[in-house]
Ligand binder design. Structure first.
Ligand SMILES: *Cc1c(COP(=O)(O)O)cnc(C)c1O
Length: 220
């Protein structure tokens, strides 16, 4: 079932969009089933769980940290993580830079944009994001590589609202790309879309869809 779902999702994705299989709370056996279907990118949102799975499972897996990351926990995932999706403060960016530098890595990151209308606490507003980049302080962090933006759509049934949010996120991505990363080909990723809204995300520029329950079932 896991294998068939992964194949079905991949057949719907345009060439520029990759699947992040969100395996949080699911055991190694489920991940290996996806792995055997060819899946190599997995998303986790708990530090210890990522650390444990990364040391136990095949080394060619790319581990993405997709959840809210506490500054004091960056050091535990720094050696293992291929992409940190939800950088939501300059303080966190600075800490990732520090820990990456300490172990001689350059860690790819996405800046989290707060776009949903509902009350979620995390992420930069559009204005905060533009202020950060305009100020240029991110340029001092040479051990992080800012590769794009991440956002979560509102958790609502109204598809039009979600589509509007993803369209806005994509437009902000294009503005930022043009103003601050014009000659940086690494700034290319748009991480939006989950099990219930990924078709809308694909229609609005997503290059990374983060899909969990549709592949692995609901988490208990
Ligand atoms: C859990 C999680 C997902 C996956 O959600 P599903 O609805 O199970 O597909 C995607 N993104 C983030 C940030 C998550 O925490």
């Amino acid at each position: 079932m896991i294998k068939e779902t992964i194949q079905a999702i991949n057949s719907q994705l345009p060439p520029q969009t990759r699947l992040v299989a969100v395996s949080k709370y699911h055991p190694a056996e489920a991940i290996m089933e996806a792995y055997e279907a060819g899946q190599r990118i997995f998303g986790e949102s708990h530090v210890q769980e990522l650390q444990r799975k990364a040391t136990e499972l095949p080394q060619d897996i790319e581990w993405h940290f997709i959840g809210h990351l506490q500054t004091n926990k960056v050091k535990y995932i720094a050696p293992y993580v291929s992409l940190i999706h939800a950088v939501d403060s300059e303080r966190l960016l600075a800490e990732i830079d520090k820990q990456a530098s300490r172990i001689g890595r350059k860690i790819p990151c996405l800046l989290q944009l707060h776009i949903a209308r509902e009350e979620t606490k995390f992420g930069f507003s559009e204005d905060e994001l533009l202020a950060l980049l305009q100020g240029g302080s991110h340029l001092a962090y040479t051990s992080v590589n800012i590769c794009g933006l991440m956002c979560m759509g509102s958790n609502v049934d109204d598809e039009e609202q979600i589509a509007t949010e993803f369209a806005r996120a994509h437009s902000i991505f294009l503005t930022i790309k043009d103003r601050y990363f014009k000659h940086n080909t690494d700034f290319a990723e748009c991480s939006w879309g989950m099990s219930d809204d990924y078709p809308l995300a694909i229609a609005h520029g997503s290059t990374l869809v983060r899909i969990g329950s549709k592949i692995f079932g609901s988490r208990l």
